[in-house]
Design a binder for this molecule. Structure first.
Ligand SMILES: NC(=O)c1ccc[n+]([C@@H]2O[C@H](COP(=O)([O-])OP(=O)(O)OC[C@H]3O[C@@H](n4cnc5c(N)ncnc54)[C@H](OP(=O)(O)O)[C@@H]3O)[C@@H](O)[C@H]2O)c1
Length: 243
């Protein structure tokens, strides 16, 4: 018996999302896999037998999310787990202030999450069961100098998930926030970053949080004490660092 009979993974066509779909399907979960790239989704579904159901969707089409959520509920019979994993991190130069890139990150990383989590939260609250899981990032823990729009979008996602958790914990719904450090995927292609892990290792970490009683955490766990130290640096000193 799988931990989740049914699941939705939003942002499933590559990287961490693709690895999550494969692992869930291998455990016996029926998974709705959502993203824009149809050919990648079809190839993923084919490689997983008959347990993966591809749905092409751009998370910026916010009004489509509740309609698609209802359709998936009807097709799968239920939704026990929703993972919101869709995200983008365009490269931003040190002195670049680019509203279009910022808007793209906020729309995909944060507003898309709200568009999907809201109908899922209402559905799970009514059933008094279910798990909502958001893939945030260590990048949301501080407003670092590198990519202000990305940091803000992930900080917003972390806070939104915390609020949902505070509402829903006593109504039988688990809300899980996972903050990965650097993961080797298309998003980080060409970047040199510390403690880099594979998408598969990250997906293992995400699923262990989704199944456990711990509702917030870092993948890998080593980022916990590191981010504790980084969060503790006073702002007046932090701005002098190159972190
Ligand atoms: N890689 C890292 O170091 C790292 C670290 C911490 C957190 N994260 C987070 O982990 C998540 C997955 O990232 P990844 O590293 O696996 O990168 P990735 O391979 O580029 O995957 C991003 C996923 O998001 C989907 N997506 C992007 N824009 C979308 C849109 N408008 N509509 C629907 N789906 C969309 C992509 O699908 P389509 O392009 O087919 O639509 C793809 O499936 C992101 O939220 C990212 O912020 C990554």
């Amino acid at each position: 018996m799988p931990a989740f009979e049914t699941a939705i993974v939003v942002g499933a066509s590559s990287g961490i999302g693709e690895a999550l779909v494969k692992k869930l399907a291998a455990e016996g979960t029926k998974v709705a896999a959502i993203a824009r790239r149809e050919s990648e989704l079809r190839a993923l579904a084919q490689s997983c037998g008959d347990r993966v159901f591809p749905f092409v969707h751009d998370v910026r089409n916010f009004s489509e999310a509740p309609v698609l959520f209802d359709r998936i509920c009807a097709e799968l019979g239920s939704v026990d787990l929703l993972v919101y994993n869709a995200g983008v991190m365009p490269r931003v130069e040190e002195s670049e202030y680019n509203f279009e890139k910022n808007r793209q990150m906020v729309e995909i990383n944060l507003l898309g999450a709200m568009a999907w989590m809201d109908p899922a939260a209402a559905y799970m609250e009514a059933r008094r069961a279910g798990t909502l899981c958001g893939i945030s990032s260590v990048a949301g823990d501080r407003g670092r100098r590198g990519n202000p729009g990305y940091h803000a979008s992930k900080a917003g996602l972390t806070t939104y998930l915390e609020s949902l958790r505070n509402r829903l914990t006593h109504r039988g719904v688990r809300v899980v926030t996972v903050k990965p450090g650097p993961v080797k995927t298309a998003m980080t292609d060409g970047l040199k970053m510390p403690l880099m892990i594979s998408a598969e290792e990250c997906a293992d970490g995400v699923l262990s949080f989704a199944k456990s009683s711990t509702t917030e955490g870092y993948v890998p766990a080593a980022w916990g004490p590191i981010m504790f130290a980084i969060r503790s640096i006073p702002s007046v000193l932090f701005r002098r660092t190159s972190i």
